[in-house]
Design a protein around this ligand. Sequence first.
Ligand code: HAM
Length: 419
Amino acid sequence: MSFQAPKGTFDWLPPRSERALAVRDALVAPARLAGYGYVETPIFEATELFKRGVGESTDVVSKEMYTFPDKAGRSLTLRPEGTASVVRAVLQHNLHNGQLPVKLWYSGSQFRYENVQKGRYRHFWQVGAEALGAEDPALDAELIVLAAQGFAALGLTRHRLLINSLGDSTCRPVYRAALQEFLRGLDLDADTRARIEINPLRVLDDKRPEVQVQLKSAPLMTDHLCAACRAYHEEVRALLTASGVAFEDDPKLVRGLDYYTRTTFEFVHDGLGSQSAIGGGGRYDGLSELLGGPALPSVGWALGADRTFLAMEAEGLLDDSAQSRVQVYGVPLGDDARRRMFLLITELRRAGISADLAFGGKGLKGAMKGADRSGARFALILGERDLAAQAVQVKDLTTAEQTEVPLAQVVDVLKGKVQ
Ligand code: HAM
């Protein structure tokens, strides 16, 4: 083997890949029911979009972007997240001039040059939902409920929802200054001291025990919220409670992207170790303006499909039993039979029955092995004598029972058996 997938990336192969697709679909199904429409944006964008949108002081922008010049010298970046692109697309196509909020969902690859560990990859898959152009606590609550429904539909139980408010442009600057004042008095290394001046809220997220101890009496945003932000947050909380969605207040919850205002939240799973966030999001009321658009208060989330998959494994929700590739498998014996079987299998597929056949001129033994491996319930055996009689042997591979069925009737007979 001369080539390997690049570090931090991996291949999804059957049958796990089929389950991964089903997980992605299940995570966004509730949002689709709530009227969110599908949006697809390019995998690369102008680098400046992420610098401005996500924020230059974030780890994502300052350390983790896959940035490259194209042949005309433009700086492009593989998308590290979806929100900036969705806002860009809404503004570019004037969707915000129609009915508000604009509700969109997406599903796709994201790229971050991270330190690789379990659950933290350089190429990963997010599904996301964004609602743009409305300031309404019910919209924040709607999105949180939809994400919770997605996880619940997959059978997950060992996850928790953490929520917080990061305030707005009135109260956040006051809190930021108070936090800086507090942090400057602590015993911290040079890198962290530098962070106090650029992005002090991120210091709250420092996981090192020696830092956490000192942060015990740090001022909290929740104690500094202005009246409007406090009322907004209380309404979101009340709607979640009324919807039966359990949550924990986490006043130190800080997200890794700079665009957040007011509501922020994260879903963490207790079976995943340090990379425990299976999804997160929040309100980003200023992002549109940062990207040159009008005021467009918005809220959204992205759920990590790979981590959700790991969480399902941790909860034993993915059984390893071999899955059937197809329902029916054709075993032709001889050239004439092969031609006829090819047509029969095509007919079965047209009738909505999944079917495959032995390729490569295999004999009975090899072809029957193929039938077993495919997981098919029925093998169709067609020899020269069958062909002469215009019949086919239908073998039930679970009971080994074999019956002869006229070729003209086999599609109908199988329809009755497999559906
Ligand atoms: P984020 O918290 O950076 O938010 O990512 C959302 C989710 O993507 C995480 O909770 C995690 O499950 C998954 N994820 C992130 N990085 C990795 C990685 N390196 N490997 C595997 N999974 C990962 C955002 O991206 C925001 N755009 C969410 C949002 C939408 N906020 C508002 N709207």
